[in-house]
Structure formats: C-alpha cells, structure tokens
Design a protein around this ligand. Structure first.
Ligand SMILES: [Zn+2]
Length: 315
C-alpha cells in the first residue's frame, strides 16, 4: 500500500514542489498523525515493545536497531535518519546510542520522548567496573547516568505511563486508548516487579557477575551487587589485569556463575568462568531480541529471574 509516509519519503528525494502539492492535498499538511496512523520510531527493542503495547493498533512502530543487532554502537542510515525526522514520535534512551542522540538532536525537534528523563536515574558504575575503553572510534558521549533504565520493571511501568501521556498529546483522538493501554501495561510491569522482589528475597548470595554493566538498575532495585566484566559498553574488552581482579572477586564472593549475553560474544565471560572454575549462564539485558526469538520483554525478564534464582541459590 502506498501510504502518505512512503509518498512523502519517495517524493522528498525527487521533486520538492510535488511533495508540497501532495501533502497540501491528500496528506493534510504532514503535521501530526496522517491517515496511516501515528508513526513511532523506537530506538531499540524495549522501547519498541513499549510503543507497540501502549500504541496498540493506532500506531505503527519502526525499530531503528534491527533484531540480532547490539544497540550500543548502532549506526543509522540516511534513510533511517530521514524516517526518524518524519515520525510523529521518537522513543529512545538518551545516553545509550550516540547515533540516535545525534539524530534526535538534529532532526526530531521536540517530537521525541527520552525514557531516561521520565525516571530517577542512577550514576554510571564505579571506576573499578569500567573496562578499558579501548576506543572503538565511535566517540561515546559522556553520560552522567547509567542508561540501562529498562532493566528495572518498576521504572518500565513509569516509562509506560509517561509514554501513554505523550501519545495522548501526539494523537489526542486516541488519547483514551493510549492511557488505557498504558495502565494495563504498567499493571503487568508492576506485577513483574513484585515477582522479582519476592523471587530474589532470601538468596544465598547477592553478587552477580555480568558480561557488561547493564544490570545496575536491577541490582539496585532488588538489593543485588553487580560485578561486571565490561563497562557500560559491551564492546570494551577488559584488560588482563582486570580479568585477574575479576577472578579474585568471583572466588571472594563465592559466585557460581558468570553471566553471558545473547547479542555479544560470550568468549571473554567463558574464559573468565574457566579461570575461576565456575559455570556460565545467559542473563539477557534485553537490549534487543535475538534473531528468531519468540520471547518478549516480560517472558525474557521472567527467564532472567529463574536464571538469577538458580545462580544465587534463592529459596
Ligand atoms: Zn548495555
């Protein structure tokens, strides 16, 4: 189907006058939701999941980070940047993906919702948890907070509510639907939060050894301690000195497991686990769905809870 969006996109590449003519007639000016519904550009999976659940059938969601891709170092194509600029709302986490931050700053104006701005943020992990930032050439921007806010279900509930309000403003005709969907979703996320709270109460150990420092909010919320192999950015490789330090910490804490991730090579974590004589298990930071995954945020987080309960020996 040829939508107003695709027409605008096609025409913006060719004749500007034709675009003006078309949007002035068939597509009604181009401000606000067109006949093809409200278009949301979601930066990466958890934001896409929230947008789909809160927007329901009234929105079409385009995810900038494709399935199977690791979101931190996302690069955007000119086409994606153009789409982002034309969307009715961009949903992202400032400080996670420098390319998205830049595109929002330059092309999205005020039609963007920064999920991190809707919740209380925590500082980035302490110096010792940082791997050596072996420059990968992406020039990561300095952030004053840890961007992994979606790994705390209670914060996700807050973001869902904020997104419902924002969609209600973007597309007032369906405000009731967005608010009702957001309320249902926030209820499910609050229930998940309760499962984590009770599930991680009474564990033998509190230290979890993670592949990269994604679980700061989860640790903070449920009274766990995160020891991470890499820092905020999973691409950074730990130095031999840091690995020796980690081996020592694992033995000290009596940790039984080094957690690996779905979208990042488990090699470093596996080598560390071998060195320390412990096992590995997958703890998914839900930064994206693995290719072909049939899970969603709720089912992946429940699997994470089961994995944590086993590794930490929770009663
Ligand atoms: Zn991360």
């Amino acid at each position: 189907m040829l939508t107003c969006r695709s027409l605008r996109r096609a025409l913006s590449l060719t004749a500007l006058t034709a675009t003006a003519l078309l949007t002035a007639t068939a597509c009604g000016g181009g401000d606000g939701p067109g006949s093809d519904g409200t278009r949301v550009a979601a930066a990466f999976y958890p934001m896409a999941w929230l947008s789909e659940r809160v927007g329901g059938s009234e929105v079409s969601v385009d995810t900038l980070t494709k399935p199977g891709a690791e979101p931190h170092d996302l690069e955007l194509t000119p086409r994606q940047i153009a789409d982002l600029g034309e969307s009715d709302l961009v949903v992202y986490v400032k400080g996670l993906q420098p390319a998205v931050d830049k595109a929002v700053r330059e092309h999205a104006g005020d039609h963007a919702l920064d999920a991190a701005a809707t919740v209380r943020t925590l500082p980035p992990p302490a110096e010792g948890e940082h791997a050596h930032e072996e420059g990968d050439g992406h020039g990561h921007e300095e952030t004053s907070y840890d961007p992994h806010v979606w790994l705390d279900p209670s914060r996700m509930a807050t973001i869902a509510t904020a997104l419902g309000e924002r969609l209600a403003k973007t597309d007032p005709a369906h405000a009731g639907t967005y608010r009702a969907n957001a309320k249902t979703l926030a209820g499910q996320l609050t229930a998940l939060d309760e499962e984590f709270r009770t599930g991680l109460d009474g564990c033998k150990r509190r230290a979890m050894v993670t592949a990269h420092a994604a679980f700061g909010y989860l640790a903070d919320r449920y009274g766990l301690e995160q020891v991470s192999v890499a820092g905020i950015d999973p691409a950074a490789e730990p130095s031999p000195g840091r690995l020796a330090e980690l081996t020592h910490e694992i033995r000290e804490n009596g940790a039984t497991t080094v957690f690996t991730e779905t979208l990042v090579s488990p090699k470093v974590a596996q080598a560390l686990a071998r060195e320390a004589g412990v096992r590995t298990a997958t703890l998914d930071p839900v930064e994206g769905l693995a290719d072909g995954s049939r899970g969603d945020y709720l089912s992946i987080m429940r699997q994470n809870l089961r994995t944590l309960r086993t590794a930490l020996e929770c009663s």
